[in-house]
Design a protein around this ligand. Structure first.
Ligand code: NAD
Length: 265
């Protein structure tokens, strides 16, 4: 295939967002949904959004709303939807059996080199792709809602995923203006939700220990840390600041000074 056609499987909130992102990068996007008529309705909804975005001067990409709309097509038939695609982004319900079975079905209709990518928020690739024969072309590309405005995409490999598949997906996401990050192996929660869980756990602890109120711990983020973290990450923060202020004794135990040393290297 000539790397121009992308198929989006499932036309709910996330499927429609991916379709909008891919057409903004000039790709032809074929939308499939197993609810008859749903993918056609999705295009009507996308049209409304593209026109509104254009009027607000917030449309992504170089093409006009009309040009982007012309790149979209809808299908109720899976094999027709997959015909000619080099990349498939799955966006069906977050249920393991539903995902396993749609990937199993898809594999009958696509060539060996076609990349199969899942939008799953919480399921690890080794589970999602367990019914796929050729897993070297499978990965998770986890977006953050709303993907049209939040650029991060976590790329998570199956243990068997080929490096070239990660590279091609990274390049595709970059081309459509997203900010892909590469996980080197699968892990529950991927990276974003693990960092978020650490923040939530410490916030709970401070409230539970009677150190601070619920309202005020939220202000610590929204009026403080959150603003910094919109620009730089935790590693850069440690690199730029005095380590002792950031890592008070006891938070990470004895390993904290080792961690700080490693980071400043
Ligand atoms: P949604 O319920 O809005 O849409 C799901 C769509 O998939 C529906 O249109 C449904 O008809 C269709 N569908 C269901 N089974 C199907 C099948 N077998 N074949 C074809 N189509 C099928 O869900 P959503 O919020 O768009 O989420 C989709 C995926 O994206 C989930 O895995 C979710 O975890 C992930 N995700 C969601 C968010 C979010 O904030 N909503 C963020 C990141 C990732």
């Amino acid at each position: 295939s000539d790397m121009k056609i992308i198929t989006v499987i499932g036309s709910g909130l996330i499927g429609r967002s991916w379709a909008m992102l891919f057409v903004s990068g000039g790709y032809n996007v074929k939308i499939y949904d197993n609810q008859p008529g749903q993918s056609t309705k999705a295009i009507t909804e996308i049209k409304k959004q593209l026109v509104e975005l254009e009027e607000a001067h917030m449309l992504r990409g170089e093409l006009s709303a009309a040009q982007q709309l012309a790149l979209l097509s809808s299908y109720d038939d899976l094999s027709q939807a997959l015909d000619g695609a080099f990349f498939v982004q799955e966006c069906v319900f977050e249920q393991l059996e539903v995902k396993q079975s749609i990937f199993h079905d898809m594999e009958r209709f696509v060539g060996k080199d076609v990349i199969l990518s899942s939008s799953t928020s919480c399921l690890v690739p080794s589970k999602v792709f367990s019914k796929v024969q050729n897993r070297s072309r499978c990965l998770v590309s986890h977006p953050v809602n709303p993907p049209y405005y939040v650029k991060l995409v976590e790329l998570v490999p199956h243990p068997e995923t080929a490096a070239a598949v990660m590279d091609t997906t990274h390049a595709l996401m970059t081309k459509v203006g997203q900010a892909p990050v590469l996980l080197k192996k699968e892990i529950d929660g991927f990276a974003l939700n693990r960092v978020q869980a650490a923040i939530i756990a410490e916030s709970w602890r401070l409230v539970q220990d009677g150190v601070i109120s619920v309202k005020d711990i939220d202000l610590v983020m929204s009026e403080g840390l959150g603003m910094r973290y919109a620009f730089i990450g935790p590693m850069e923060t440690m690199h730029l600041n005095a380590p002792k202020e950031i890592m008070p004794a006891g938070i990470l135990g004895e390993s904290s000074s080792e961690i700080v040393q490693t980071v400043s290297l």
